[in-house]
Ligand binder design. Structure first.
Ligand code: FMN
Length: 202
């Protein structure tokens, strides 16, 4: 619950980044998953992703993808992204917006890859690219991996498709739905530093 004492910009901003960080570490946290929005030629594309890491100092959020996925090409064409989170217990919505880069096959992605499990790595092991049309329902994985996890050695085959999407956040729109009234605030960042904040009408 948000009390009037907690309605201060520093407290709210600290909570935002603390809750996002908790989400990136624990699957049971509300902010473990978020909706990532990108722009495609035909409109806005939204999809759920797992929030893998948060860099509070640099105001960055990180998720993983197959480098062949639609979102990767969309970001490479237009780096503007949005993230949407909702915590139903805290009754807090977060809308983050910023610009993203896609990291592929470099030291940075190697470090992230090293932290993934064979089970996670299945996501990058489809033989046809994600989004390819099929004439029957199938996972796209090599058939033996439909029924078991890859071994550590097999899972290395996913590495060539692994991409890390790094979003640098420029604005956060925080909304709290309170039983005694809603509150909303905007935080703007420039080069990772809080530059402006304001209350706004919810
Ligand atoms: C709960 C949940 C978590 C997901 N996490 C990811 C993820 O971390 N990365 C990812 O690329 N896709 C993830 N997906 C799949 C995406 O939502 C999406 O279907 C897929 O990435 C293809 O999207 P695209 O064609 O827009 O790239 C997740 C889906 C769900 C339902």
């Amino acid at each position: 619950m948000i009390t009037s004492d907690a309605l201060s910009f520093p407290a709210i901003e600290e909570d935002i980044w603390r809750f996002l960080t908790a989400g990136s570490k624990h699957p049971k946290e509300a902010f473990y998953t978020g909706t990532l929005g990108t722009q495609s030629a035909s409109g806005i594309e939204l999809r759920m992703v797992v929030l893998r890491e948060v860099n509070v100092d640099e105001k960055k959020t990180i998720c993983y993808s197959d480098k062949r996925a639609g979102k990767v090409a969309e970001i490479q064409k237009n780096p503007l992204v949005s993230w949407l989170f909702w915590d139903s217990e805290k009754r807090i919505q977060l809308r983050l917006s910023g610009t993203a880069t896609v990291e592929i096959n470099n030291q940075f992605t190697d470090t992230h890859w090293a932290n993934t499990t064979p089970s996670n790595r299945r996501s990058y092991m489809a033989i046809p690219a994600p989004g390819s049309f099929l004439d029957h329902p199938a996972s796209g994985l090599p058939s033996e991996l439909d029924t078991r996890e890859p071994t550590l050695e097999e899972s290395e085959r996913g590495k060539m498709n692994f991409a890390v999407i790094v979003s640098t956040i420029h604005q956060i729109d925080w909304l709290h739905l309170g039983s005694k009234g809603h509150h909303r605030a905007i935080f703007n960042y420039e080069n990772g530093v809080l530059a402006k904040f304001s209350w706004i009408v919810p």
